[in-house]
Design a protein around this ligand. Structure first.
Ligand code: BTX
Length: 328
């Protein structure tokens, strides 16, 4: 874990869950002086953390700013590799663009780039992804599975399964569904999107950039007007604000687990999970591709993640890329 000393101190406090920690104990465990500990606490206070001193017991963390920084995420982390290198930004154009650079420089498997705000968040096909400050999870995970370029779309499905299952394990008041290819909807509205980009040579994948955008703590007003009728957030659906760092850690745990499962055992179990959590399969849909609009019943996905639609005349059509509308 590439945590600075300040973040290591913070991590101790986050993991103590509100219990006081003595300055001496911290100094001993971290191998620095009590004065140094005190200086780091001052810096943390300047960043918005609040500590009080409790006689004979030590320092107690009583308030923390709502951030998704490395110390916060790592206090929830239960992974073997993913999330051990976290690059955190208050503001960035796009975590995806930054990840491109890092991946080219050899960033390790499971490296995370995360920001409070994106000024140039990217959706698929040059679309904009609105990434309001402090409201969501805007992150890219660099993964380096040993796969061939044609398998890359399957990893996008692995990511969708990882996100939807993380939501299901943490929240009770709603059921998220995957809309093909990779939107996560709650009650028919978009709560998350996934954008996968690949660094590859002809016959070898160097790395995949799994971009995950999740609306977490938005009120409806936090969305631009043009998407207010199609977007939602976890807080709106769960009816309370949620801890973004906890969700990030849960997603990283799933992403690591399902990527390993995929590399070891192939696509079958992932495909089953994807179909189980999909709100598209079995529904009547309208698919708009660049060339045409097709209506029919979505009957499944192929091993390449291609959507199969049963047309009214009995033909089965494969759709590689389209915008989907689910019909009643
Ligand atoms: P997409 O092309 O499926 O979705 C983009 C469309 O969704 C937009 O055209 C707009 O209609 C709608 N939209 C835009 N912002 C939001 C939002 N916050 N909530 C709901 N709907 C919205 C989906 O693309 C892939 C998005 C990936 C975003 C992540 S964030 C971290 C990483 N960095 C980065 O620049 N992109 C990825």
């Amino acid at each position: 874990m590439n945590l600075s000393m300040k973040d290591k101190i913070l991590q101790h406090f986050l993991q103590s869950k509100g219990e006081p920690i003595s300055g001496q104990q911290l100094a001993d465990e971290l191998g620095i002086s009590r004065t140094a500990i005190w200086k780091h606490l001052q810096t943390l206070q300047e960043e918005g953390y609040k500590f009080i001193t409790i006689k004979k017991k030590g320092y107690q963390l009583v308030a923390a700013p709502d951030r998704v920084d490395a110390a916060k995420i790592s206090s929830f982390l239960k992974t073997k590799r993913f999330g051990y290198s976290i690059h955190y930004f208050e503001e960035i154009d796009s975590t995806q663009s930054y990840a491109q650079k890092l991946a080219r420089q050899g960033a390790e498997d499971g490296t995370v780039i995360i920001a409070e705000e994106q000024t140039g968040g990217k959706g698929r096909m040059q679309r904009i992804w609105h990434s309001a400050k402090g409201k969501g999870i805007w992150m890219t995970v660099i993964i380096r599975p040993n796969i061939l370029p044609h398998q890359a779309p399957q990893l996008t499905l692995v990511a969708a399964v990882s996100v939807v299952m993380a939501m299901k394990s943490l929240y009770q008041n709603f059921t998220p569904e995957i809309k093909w290819p990779n939107d996560i909807l709650i009650n028919g509205k978009k709560c998350a999107g996934i954008l996968t980009e690949m660094l590859a040579e002809m016959d070898r994948v160097d790395g995949l950039l799994i971009g995950i955008g999740i609306n977490t703590n938005h009120e409806l007003d936090d969305f631009p007007e043009d998407i207010q009728s199609i977007a939602t957030s976890i807080a709106i659906e769960e009816k309370k604000k949620v801890d973004r760092a906890e969700l990030v850690a849960e997603i990283l745990k799933n992403l690591e687990h399902f990527t390993d499962e995929y590399v070891e055992n192939g696509f079958t179990s992932i495909k089953t999970l994807w179909e189980e959590h999909s709100g598209t399969i079995g529904k009547r849909i309208k698919a708009s591709t660049i060339r045409e609009t097709i209506e029919g019943q979505a009957i499944g996905i192929t091993d390449e993640g291609v959507l199969e639609i049963l047309l009214d005349d009995g033909q089965v059509k494969k759709v590689y890329s389209a915008d989907i509308e689910i019909q009643n």
